[in-house]
Design a protein around this ligand. Structure first.
Ligand code: NAD
Length: 206
């Protein structure tokens, strides 16, 4: 398998988002320099990234928005639908469930897990919440590979270790701490404060 740079993946995700928006607006074709401008990228990078995807549309007449969006979408996620689980259905967990199911039909939060008896055996935005003790079997039986962690920081490492042992290969971690996981598990840390601090820095220094 050809290894694609992380920055290329980040740009492709942004292109896909822009193409989705253009598709909804009824736009049929787009030139690389326009897609670059909309995505904060460069025309030569757009063309190179699209070659990595294997998209063979003609840049001379502009790319087909629909075909390009579909090619990038298939490249980023080859499965028809990826099932993801969420651990910790508190304030953030519920907001993520609500956000996710509206964003990408290829990504489905199939179940949530919590430790609080008041939250277990209930449905949140169509996602059923089970006891955390059942998560291991659920992951194994349903061959789940991706998890979102939104529990208190003190619980995150134990959960990450248990999920990795059960077969999880990718974690989106919203807790402030850094997780120690085996090498074959990819962790992405998401922290809203990092973005806010960046914005504040630029507001004060630009
Ligand atoms: P919350 O208290 O509302 O929710 C936490 C949930 O985890 C609760 O439902 C609780 O019952 C559950 N839980 C606790 N221990 C558990 C366990 N062992 N197994 C399964 N579930 C368990 O908290 P919140 O405001 O939703 O925040 C959740 C996490 O996200 C915290 O770590 C917080 O620091 C972090 N957070 C991150 C960001 C960000 O931008 N990255 C933003 C807000 C909050």
């Amino acid at each position: 398998m050809i290894k694609i740079a992380e920055n290329t993946i980040k740009r492709l995700i942004v292109y896909k988002k822009e193409l989705n928006r253009l598709k909804a607006e009824g736009k049929k074709f787009i030139y690389s320099h326009v897609l670059a401008a909309l995505s904060g990228s460069q025309p030569h990078l757009v063309r190179r990234d699209l070659m990595a995807v294997g998209y063979s549309g003609s840049p001379a007449h502009g790319y087909s928005v629909k075909e390009l969006e579909s090619s990038i979408s298939d490249f980023l996620c080859s499965s028809r639908q990826v099932k993801v689980i969420l651990i910790g259905i508190g304030n953030l967990g519920r907001a993520i469930i609500d956000y996710c199911h509206k964003q990408n039909p290829k990504i489905a939060i199939s179940s949530a897990f919590d430790i609080d008896p008041n939250k277990i055996n209930k449905e949140y935005h169509g996602v059923y919440c089970f006891h955390i003790d059942t998560a291991r079997n659920y992951v194994i039986e349903n061959e789940i590979k991706v998890a979102i962690i939104t529990v208190p920081d003190s619980e995150a490492q134990t959960i990450a270790t248990a999920l990795s042992d059960a077969g999880i290969r990718g974690i989106l971690n919203f807790t402030p701490g850094r997780l120690r996981v085996p090498e074959n598990v990819y962790v992405e840390n998401a922290d809203m404060m990092l973005y806010l601090e960046k914005v504040i820095y630029f507001v004060q220094n630009v």
